[in-house]
Design a protein. Structure first.
Length: 361
């Protein structure tokens, strides 16, 4: 059940988000989380009662419904945490904000609302004192008139020589007349207030009907927005798929660009090689002529080589023959030397014989 009825004149004047805590009722020291996550915390102003409230709802659960009074104080206990005590709710509320700036704004708004509540209380007290003063003055006038009438009654009684009971009855009668006049005026006031309340009730009923119609309208708007949101989500998913395809296509294009650059580089290398081959092709006739002359020189050299080989074979044959002859000569020389050695030995023996003969002689 919402703490703010749809037909109420309360309007939000400041809204923020914070984590809500309440003091542990058993220990009065530890904080108990009132919400699992950050929830909306709002200041509401009631123009009919001239009062201010702090209200916070988590789903269908009302976790803060605190009417601000001039005696309340909001205290900053850290850079992002503040608290205030609510004697009517018999608890202490704590709020944890995501930033110090939001805590400062909430504290400034609390002080502003507190001053406004104090001013409203002072004005209401002034009205009460004024009304009480008027009632006291009217009360003072009533006894005086009563006294006057009683005095006059007494004079009349004195003039008519009546008893004291008749004077008392007349005094009571005057009092009843005054009370009747006051009750008549009060009835008129009540009728006026009742008419005002009926008109206010009619206006509230009209406002309730308008709010119900607006709720239906907003429900239809919400359904239309939800359908549009679903369509946008599907469109976003399609666009994301298209973006993925585009990214893949970009990646393929990047790969093709790199491959194209590589092919262009290879083409430039091939063109350089072709240019070198063209340059080499221009000197091919000269190389052919040189090759023919070299071939002729090679043929002449081969012919000379053959001639030289013939000569070498002839020389080898002659060398073999000379070696053979040399071997024969060595053999013959050895034989000759052997014969010569024998002849020398014989001559030596002959000489020794001649020497011996000479000695004998």
């Amino acid at each position: 059940i919402s703490p703010v009825p749809p037909y109420s004149r309360e309007q939000p004047i400041f809204t923020t988000r914070a984590h809500v805590f309440q003091i542990d009722p058993s220990t009065k020291k530890n904080w108990v989380p009132a919400s699992k996550q950050a929830v909306t915390v709002s200041y509401f102003y009631d123009s009919t009662r001239n009062s201010y409230r702090i209200i916070s709802v988590d789903g269908a659960k009302v976790i803060i419904n605190s009417t601000i009074t001039p005696n309340m104080t909001f205290t900053k206990t850290s850079q992002k945490f503040g608290q205030w005590a609510d004697s009517r709710a018999n608890t202490v509320f704590g709020l944890g904000f995501p930033s110090e700036q939001q805590l400062t704004k909430f504290a400034e708004k609390f002080q502003e609302v507190k001053e406004a509540a104090k001013l409203a209380r002072d004005r209401s007290q002034e009205k009460i004192e004024t009304s009480s003063n008027h009632s006291q003055e009217s009360g003072r006038e009533t006894p005086s008139s009563t006294r006057a009438s009683s005095v006059n009654g007494t004079d009349d009684e004195k003039a008519s020589h009546g008893g004291p009971a008749e004077a008392h009855l007349k005094s009571e009668n005057d009092k009843l007349k005054i009370a009747l006049a006051q009750s008549s005026s009060n009835v008129k006031k009540w009728e006026t207030e009742l008419q005002t309340l009926r008109e206010s009730n009619a206006r509230l009923t009209t406002a309730l009907q308008e709010s119900a119609a607006s709720i239906e309208h907003w429900k239809k708007q919400f359904s239309a927005c939800k359908e549009e949101n679903d369509q946008l989500r599907s469109k976003i998913e399609e666009l994301e798929e298209q973006c993925n395809e585009i990214n893949k296509e970009k990646e393929r294009n990047a790969q093709l660009s790199r491959r194209l650059q590589e092919l262009e580089t290879e083409l430039q290398d091939k063109e350089l090689e072709l240019e070198e081959l063209r340059k080499q092709g221009e000197i091919i006739p000269q190389l052919m002529s040189e090759c023919e002359s070299v071939s002729q020189q090679l043929q002449a050299a081969e012919k000379k080589n053959k001639d030289l080989e013939e000569k070498v074979r002839t020389l080898r044959t002659e060398v073999e023959e000379s070696k053979h002859r040399q071997t024969n000569l060595k053999t013959e020389l050895k034989n000759f030397l052997d014969v010569l050695d024998g002849k020398i030995d014989e001559l030596h023996d002959f000489r020794q014989g001649l020497s011996k003969l000479g000695v004998d002689n």
